[in-house]
Design a protein around this ligand. Structure first.
Ligand SMILES: Cc1cc2nc3c(=O)[nH]c(=O)nc-3n(C[C@H](O)[C@H](O)[C@H](O)COP(=O)(O)O)c2cc1C
Length: 258
């Protein structure tokens, strides 16, 4: 489940129970934010699409940290009772989801990294002003360095992979630069992609909704995200794991990404 659904870390276990193997919570900001004024999300039903300019509405890092901590320890304590094993031993050996084969992804490395199996740098979010500018390679490089440093300083010795999330609107030159930086720092993965500023021809429906400002997701995003996925795969020579995201609606889509 991509970021933006479990924004406040209150559905994480329900999503794992539904069968999701990876749940990316957030995006979370240091302070609570109300996001952009409503209305800020439109559904274009005919095209199975959404256009949003939520603007990172969330309850902030402190509340999310409490939620992530308590769900993790709930799982650890349950497991320690069933397996009659020391809770601290379980806590150091198990995924941060507290459940085998399930992984939570989180942004906010210093504060929340201890509760993540991977941490994310959002290098593109078209619905937030200026965040898209992070695709600028120098800024991206600095951000990756800072993220790796923060990850390496996590108190419990956990070293969750640092993953970058990019948008589908990068030029070939920008993708080339992103791939080079990713290879240089051996990032743990690249998520392709966030929503798009574009309005592809496959997006049909209510003209007013289509004209809304924001990032487009859902079915009409798929070809753009897949295109970026293919290019990034080639540019990184398959050396960096890719987490495909964008318009995945059925098993054929999953196979196309694979
Ligand atoms: C309402 C909404 C909120 C989102 N919020 C975030 C967010 O906070 N952080 C983020 O990295 N991506 C966010 N996204 C982007 C999604 O994680 C995902 O990259 C994008 O929607 C493409 O996937 P999809 O077509 O399967 O929805 C959001 C998307 C939607 C529709």
């Amino acid at each position: 489940m991509a970021a933006g659904f479990d924004k406040n870390c209150n559905s994480t276990d329900s999503l794992f129970d539904l069968g999701y193997g990876v749940v990316e919570v957030g995006s979370i900001t240091p302070e609570p934010q109300s996001g952009n004024p409503k209305p800020r999300l439109s559904r274009v039903e005919e095209s199975e699409a959404v256009i949003n300019r939520m603007g990172l509405n969330n309850v902030g890092i402190d509340v999310c940290k409490d939620r992530l901590r308590s769900r993790f320890w709930k799982h650890v304590i349950n497991q320690s009772k069933t397996e009659k094993q020391n809770a601290t031993d379980i806590a150091t050996s198990i995924n941060r989801s507290g459940i085998e084969s399930k992984l939570p992804g989180i942004n906010g490395i210093k504060e929340l990294g201890s509760y993540a199996d991977y941490v994310v740098i959002n290098a593109s979010s078209p619905n937030v002003k200026n965040l898209g500018a992070k695709s600028n390679t120098d800024t991206l490089e600095q951000t990756i360095c800072a993220a790796i440093e923060a990850r390496d300083s996590l108190p419990d010795g956990k070293r969750p992979p640092v993953v970058i999330k990019i948008g589908p609107d990068n030029s070939d030159e920008q993708l080339h630069d992103i791939a080079n930086v990713a290879l240089k720092y051996r990032v743990g993965g690249i998520i392709t992609t966030n929503t798009t500023r574009q309005r592809p021809g496959s997006l049909v429906g209510d003209e007013e909704k289509i004209a809304e400002t924001g990032g487009l997701s859902g079915a009409p995003l798929k070809d753009l995200s897949l295109g970026t996925t293919r290019k990034i795969y080639k540019l990184t020579g398959g050396q960096i794991p890719i987490i495909g995201c964008g318009g995945i609606g059925n098993a054929d889509d999953v196979i196309a990404y694979a």
